[in-house]
Design a protein around this ligand. Structure first.
Ligand SMILES: N[C@@H](CCC(=O)N[C@@H](CS)C(=O)NCC(=O)O)C(=O)O
Length: 351
């Protein structure tokens, strides 16, 4: 099996995605080279269909014929496939030989993604940011009501439900959302950054600079800071300076790779090898390796289910083999936040 360092990496994303930015910063800080396949901000995304991927969220990272969904799993995989080295400096607790740092990174990531920070971040923006874009509103209504925006018969319920991004909903939710972000800023100002340090941890594994803990704690703030009431950052000078320092560090590391068209990207990936050996284990009652299954995220975007033969299922990830128009890939999703079911016609036995 080729070393992952010699296998092409393609990041499917669009520029305005804060989750994709989080990943681009990680890749750049670690000097992991990649190409980009820029996606439309709304469905459909035929470039991903070429690989047999139905998952509708962004970003998606392909390393050769292994396709990884969800930034939580993607960063974990990159930590393993690209261990810290002179070519790819580590920025995590693993790189620093400090497991307690890894635990903190993990806690912060859980707080931002699985807690209410990211969702509150969306609601901090003025409603005018989305209200004038009818196609985006329709698409995101489908995303959050778990309908399929490309199917006419899925529009019924969503048409009756006010869009989560409509002015009506955004205006109502903004005060509580701003309060969540204000609390997060205060927690950093009076806690992790209180002694005036430059970065959250005393080591990022290879010298001075941001670590994964900074990245996990900052990406939502980098995205919403301009939309916040000005007193939030004015009353948190350490956080404000940390944001500026981080902007400088990621600007200095910026190394976004060349852009590929969808077909070019798919051909490049499918002509290369897998990034990791096929997992063997199926540790889920009711599932059998090799049988057809469906797999989808449980929080939002659940209407878009990936289908294929089950390759592996353990307590960290699900892996299926999916056939696209141009070839087959293995799709990996994190165990947490996704589910999988045996695909037996209409009888799906969900776990
Ligand atoms: N938990 C996922 C969340 C990804 C996510 O929600 N991404 C947003 C873009 S920032 C998205 O997919 N929005 C809908 C879309 O672009 O179709 C991750 O960590 O990757």
């Amino acid at each position: 099996m080729a070393s992952p360092q010699n296998i092409p990496i393609v990041l499917y994303h669009y520029d305005l995605s804060p989750y994709a930015k989080r990943l681009r910063w990680y890749l750049n800080l670690r000097k992991i080279p990649y190409s980009q396949c820029i996606q439309p901000r709304i469905m459909p995304r035929p470039d991903l269909s070429l690989l047999g991927v139905s998952y509708r969220r962004i970003p998606v990272l392909a390393i050769g014929k292994d396709v990884y969904l969800d930034t939580r799993l993607i960063i974990q995989k990159l930590e393993t496939l690209f261990p810290p080295s002179a070519a790819h400096p580590g920025i995590s607790g693993v790189a620093a030989g400090r497991p307690e740092h890894s635990a903190l990174e993990d806690l912060i990531s859980q707080r931002t993604i699985e807690g209410d920070l990211f969702g509150s971040g969306v609601q901090c923006f003025p409603a005018s940011r989305f209200a004038s874009d009818a196609a985006l509103l329709r698409d995101r209504t489908a995303l959050f009501t778990n309908a399929d925006p490309t199917k006419d018969d899925d529009g019924g319920e969503s048409a009756a439900t006010p869009s989560p991004l409509s002015a009506e909903v955004m205006d109502k939710k903004r005060p509580a959302a701003v309060a969540v972000v204000r609390r997060w800023v205060r927690w950093l100002e009076e806690g992790l950054l209180a002694d005036g340090r430059d970065w959250i941890l005393d080591s990022n594994g290879h010298g001075a600079g941001p670590s994964l803990a900074d990245l996990e704690a900052i990406w939502v703030l980098m995205w919403v800071s301009a939309a916040l009431p000005s007193d939030i950052l004015e009353s948190a000078p350490k956080v404000a300076a940390w944001l500026e320092r981080f902007k400088g560090a990621v600007k200095a590391a910026a190394e976004d790779g060349p852009a590929l068209k969808g077909e070019e990207a798919a051909k490049l990936l499918l002509a290369s090898s897998f990034a990791e050996p096929e997992g063997e284990e199926v540790r889920q009652a009711g599932l059998v390796k090799g049988r057809p299954v469906k797999m989808w995220p449980t929080d939002y975007g659940s209407a878009h289910k990936d289908a294929g033969r089950l390759v592996a299922a353990d307590d960290k990830e699900f892996v299926i083999e999916s056939k696209g128009q141009l070839g087959s890939v293995r799709i990996h999703a994190p165990r947490y936040g996704f589910t999988i079911s045996a695909d037996e016609g209409n009888v799906a036995s969900q776990l």
